[in-house]
Write a new protein. Structure first.
Length: 80
């Protein structure tokens, strides 16, 4: 009933791309070797360890400072 209006495109193949279907299947993926799996695991563990370490070392810096003992006074106020 209602026809969708399409905007003009500069290249004909772009307009035809949504109707094109290929009958060629891509080649299957090669399986990863044990070395590649180990390397990817080590990289992942290194990244996770870095994030955890930065949290552990950064948490004390995020805590508010609480002075223990009496408040410090300047030497100028001692003689009063």
């Amino acid at each position: 009933m209602f026809r969708r209006r399409r905007e003009p495109v500069p290249f004909a193949f772009v307009a035809e791309a949504d109707r094109f279907r290929s009958n060629v299947t891509p080649p299957p993926r090669e399986s990863l070797s044990m070395t590649q799996i180990t390397a990817r695991s080590l990289v992942g563990l290194t990244v996770v360890a870095g994030l955890v370490g930065s949290l552990l070392f950064g948490m004390p810096a995020l805590q508010p400072y609480k002075a223990t003992g009496k408040a410090e006074q300047s030497q100028a106020s001692e003689g009063r």
